[in-house]
Design a protein around this ligand. Structure first.
Ligand code: REL
Length: 967
């Protein structure tokens, strides 16, 4: 596709940072611009041949990227000597190099054409500058200067993105739009250094998907495979990798060219938290002797580690120090601080011996993962040059953040975060379940607590984690550049980058919503009983939401030009389609059980439905594996249905379903919305069983619509009639014929209804039976304000406050889309010390109306943030009306640490929520105000449920209550 006569200004994050570099694809007044490509002629690309090989690589990537856009491959020349220059005539050249080592660039500095002082000694900065008549015989130059080799590469890839090459062009087949001109506005742009020094990913838990894919496509997880990974990292301005290690993968052993290739790409290699001294876990199995135990086998271990250090040579490496047990386990039952201190001391001696330099000349990291936190908590510290890498709880909740350092303290900190995990309560490995909003909130918290040396995310198989990978690495470049209110824009820019501007807004919403829905409960943890079939129409709501998303996604798919289809399928449509199908399968299985124990013919229908969706799941996997002629075969092969414990099932296992034996003749039965319907309750609904023969109470403010679910209990079709005995009772239908079941909806005509409390009735008849159902109403005249009680509950999304008051030094910020249902509120700045003086604490107030008075329970739904401060818990104050505010600890009862699989933790990460309760005495029917004061950062309020006595079990809670504006 050729785009003509449109000026396209790409505004991509992090290009909010780099927006001064302004690329145009069609201009008339060409003098104002540097010409990268025009009329089949491309600028030439020069670099100094004596520079680090990454400069050559970056120059070649730029040339290939220009070819991707224009179809013409610009010539790339490595200048062996500056004297070569005189021999060349060229109109436009792009010069790529470092300030320190490029003779070309140094000559320009000497000639006073550019200056590079502000790049001296800087980390990964770059300058993009246009220069007139840079050298004799050359008219114009575009100079991309790095403060170091990676800086130069990031400058190149910034330009690549601007001309329309997405970092995901290969990994997700994002098309490159063809242009017949590329110009860049005359510019002198100087980037900042990234705020986080080492930014990277961990390819982990990569079998079967990534591993089988790599073996099929590259013959192994070898340097050809890693070239693609390293390129992806550079394009995302990352520099750091924990390589694939799932047994029996060994980065340094499997392909001796792996480390060299990493070094050529400028990627700093390291090994994961339990693989010290660069040696992959599997290596001990292969080359070690004896036990993995420092008490009994230290000499052999030292030898083994020395071998690791010897092979890294002068490649940039971050050496993992410390020791955990064999594999991802604790080293010993007790926290043996002395032993671990000795181990790290001995490892540093090995580092000095091998490198012949003081230990602090080699970057090192000590990972505080799982039980290692105990060592830190017991006071173990390491030398300042070793980065202390804290971690999340494997489920995206930061476990600990350091206290503010004094001027004399110089500790360096990092963070290890997860988008994928193998472990309790149940592994999550199949789809992206991470909301970028939670990443923003937790990593911003991390950053504002001074953790800025390393950020690394466990990304599983890389695919399908493209979106959170982009976001994590963009945020790591500059966490200050993305505020909560920018998050919707981030989605949009990302969608724009992959699929063009046309549908970016809609695609942004699809991305935001599918990740939200998946974050409610991981696909692996879904069961037939996750969402309530019985209460709040929850199960249907989940299916409807997903199917509506799928419909919207299909509409976009149809509208996008076909070149985008593959990328769109990979990045947007397929996760929606697969997860919609999966959720519908579990809801069908839930209904199978629901109708089964109520003896309805619908049982058999939902058993078949479950199977259809299960079979469809296999088809959808197949579809993914077939795109791009099988380029991504295996990538979605992780099993995900039918977990029976934390580890994945060997094969997908359909949820169990039941069938009922039906008699031939039709039989009438019914169930009432939100009503009690005990198992086997059909025995005789007219008898005095504990069974609802009464609909919930209708009132004019909530103006409810409730259903009667007419069920058939026989094989033959059931014809039924429904009649009401009052003109104010409105039925959605008066008769029907059903094989399985059919809903009849009941509403009230309030103009005709009597005042106050009254009762009408409905008669349901068919197959020789007749049932009487009561319809109670309360046509009250209460003046409602704010959120209105319905069936004993008031549910409020946190961002729908009636008033908000920020204080002088702290404010409440809405994080759009964060949470299971709506948006959330958080306290900023995130390094605020506890605000225990209420006068200084910001608050939100929610108006609501209750139809009762008495003791209410308020459930505040907060994200499962850990007590990262270790100061007794993260707290808020809460009060209704004028009562004394109560101090509530969101971490109360969390005394057993997460990694010991504490009950509180298993529940909170599984549900991705914590419901924190407080009791309140509320006097008077009518208008009240609930106030919440946030006093600790990290408390993320998602929603508030006020239970006046009617709350029923469900996963997400009732929908938000009706809201009445104050007059
Ligand atoms: O998520 C993690 O960090 C761990 O599950 C893994 O690093 C773990 O060590 C596993 O791959 C071990 O084989």
């Amino acid at each position: 596709m050729i785009k003509k006569s449109i000026i396209v200004l790409l505004l991509l994050l992090p290009e909010l940072l780099f927006s001064q570099v302004d690329v145009k694809f069609n201009v008339s007044d060409t003098d104002q611009y540097f010409e990268i490509f025009n009329k089949n002629e491309a600028a030439k690309i020069w670099f100094d041949d004596n520079e680090n090989v990454l400069i050559k690589k970056a120059s070649e990537f730029l040339s290939e990227d220009i070819e991707r856009v224009t179809g013409v491959l610009p010539a790339v020349t490595g200048m062996a000597a500056i004297s070569d220059l005189g021999k060349i005539q060229a109109k436009n050249v792009i010069i790529v190099g470092t300030a320190e080592n490029s003779t070309l660039i140094k000559t320009l500095v000497k000639d006073g054409k550019i200056q590079t002082k502000d790049l001296d000694g800087q980390w990964e900065r770059f300058r993009i500058q246009t220069v007139e008549n840079p050298f004799p015989g050359i008219d114009h130059a575009l100079v991309i200067i790095g403060s170091d080799r990676r800086g130069a590469a990031y400058g190149v890839f910034t330009l690549s993105e601007k001309i329309g090459v997405s970092p995901w062009y290969w990994w997700s087949d994002v098309p490159v739009i063809k242009q017949d001109q590329i110009f860049i506005e005359k510019v002198d742009f100087l980037s900042s250094s990234p705020k986080i020094k080492y930014r990277g990913i961990f390819i982990n838990d990569e079998s079967p998907a990534f591993r089988n894919w790599a073996f099929e496509k590259f013959g192994g997880i070898n340097h050809q495979c890693y070239e693609k990974v390293f390129e992806l990292l550079l394009r995302n301005k990352a520099n750091f990798l924990w390589p694939s290690m799932w047994l029996p993968t060994m980065f340094y052993v499997d392909d001796p060219l792996n480390p060299k290739t990493a070094n050529d790409f400028g990627i700093v290699m390291s090994t994961s938290h339990h693989e010290p001294m660069t040696r992959a876990h599997q290596e001990w199995e292969e080359f070690g002797e004896g036990e993995w135990n420092y008490v009994t086998n230290s000499e052999r271990l030292k030898e083994f580690w020395k071998g690791g250090l010897e092979r890294i040579g002068d490649y940039e490496t971050m050496v993992t120090v410390g020791m955990r047990g064999d594999g991802d386990d604790a080293m010993s039952e007790d926290t043996a601080v002395d032993l671990l201190e000795t181990i790290i001391k001995d490892q540093r001696v090995i580092i000095e011996e091998v490198t012949q330099k003081p230990a602090n000349h080699t970057p090192q990291v000590w990972a505080i993962y799982k039980e290692v936190q105990d060592y830190f908590d017991k006071g173990m510290r390491v030398d300042d040059d070793i980065t202390v890498l804290f971690s999340d709880d494997n489920w995206g909740n930061i476990r600990y953040l350091p206290k503010k350092q004094t001027a004399a303290q110089k500790s360096k900190y990092g963070m290890y975060y997860h988008f994928d995990y193998v472990g309790a309560p149940t592994s999550y490995r199949w789809q992206n379940v991470t909301q970028i909003e939670r990443v923003w909130e937790q990593m911003k918290l991390t950053y504002e607590h001074g953790v800025d040396e390393i950020w690394i995310a466990n990304v599983g198989d890389i695919k399908p984690m493209e979106l959170p990978i982009s976001f994590f690495l963009d945020l790591a470049w500059d966490p200050d550049a993305i505020q909560a209110s920018d998050l919707p824009v981030y989605y949009e820019n990302w969608a724009n980058q992959q699929f063009g501007a046309g549908h970016a807004e809609e695609i942004a919403q699809l991305l935001a919503l599918y990740t939200k829905y998946n974050s409610r409960r991981t696909p692996e943890m879904l069961t037939a009983s996750t969402y309530s079939v019985e209460n709040y129409r929850e199960a249907d709501r989940i299916v409807n939401e997903f199917n509506e998303l799928l419909e919207r996604s299909s509409a976009v798919y149809d509208k996008l030009s076909s070149e985008y289809h593959s990328a769109y399928f990979q990045l947007v449509h397929s996760p929606i389609e697969m997860c919609a199908n999966l959720n519908e399968m579990y809801v069908a299985a839930g209904k199978n059980r629901y109708y089964g124990i109520r003896g309805a013919a619908a049982t058999n229908y939902y058993a078949e439905k479950t199977k259809e969706h299960f079979e469809n799941a296999a088809r959808l996997t197949q579809k993914y594996h077939e795109i791009e002629n099988g380029k991504w075969n295996h990538m979605m092969s992780q099993t995900y249905i039918g977990y029976t414990y934390w580890n994945h099932p060997p094969l997908n296992l359909m949820p169990g379903v039941s069938y009922v034996q039906l008699q031939e003749a039709e039989v009438l039965g019914y169930l009432i919305e939100n009503g009690r319907a005990p198992r086997w309750g059909w025995l005789d609904v007219e008898a005095d069983w504990d069974f609802s023969k009464e609909m919930p109470v209708f009132d004019p403010i909530n103006d409810q619509n409730y259903y009667i679910d007419v069920i058939n209990r026989g094989k033959n079709e059931l014809a039924f009639n429904v009649e009401s005995n009052e003109d104010w009772i409105i039925l959605s239908s008066n008769s029907g014929v059903t094989q399985y079941h059919e809903m009849v909806y009941v509403t009230i005509d309030w103009d005709l209804a009597p005042e106050g409390k009254a009762e009408g009735g409905i008669v349901l008849s068919g197959a020789g039976e007749k049932y009487h159902i009561k319809v109670p109403i309360n046509n009250h005249k209460i003046e409602a304000i704010g959120f209105v009680e319905n069936e004993g509950v008031i549910a409020i999304e946190a961002d729908n406050f009636s008033r908000k008051s920020d204080s002088e030094n702290a404010k409440l910020t809405v994080v759009p889309n964060l949470g299971r249902t709506g948006s959330s509120i958080v306290l900023e700045p995130m390094n605020t010390e506890r605000l225990d003086n209420l006068e200084r604490a910001p608050f939100v107030a929610y108006d609501f109306t209750s139809f009762k008075e008495g003791e209410f329970t308020v459930e505040v739904h907060v994200s499962p943030t850990q007590d990262f401060k270790r100061e007794g818990g993260l707290m808020y104050f809460i009060a209704i009306d004028d009562e004394e505010p109560q101090l509530i600890n969101t971490n109360r009862g969390e005394d057993v640490p997460d990694y010991k699989y504490a009950e509180w933790w298993l529940r909170s990460v599984g549900d991705n929520i914590k419901k924190v309760n407080s009791r309140h005495k509320v006097g008077g029917v009518g208008h009240h105000t609930l106030k919440v004061w946030l006093i600790d950062p990290g408390v993320v309020i998602q929603r508030i449920v006020i239970n006046t006595g009617g709350l029923k079990p469900s996963y997400l809670g009732p929908d938000q209550s009706n809201f009445i504006e104050p007059k």
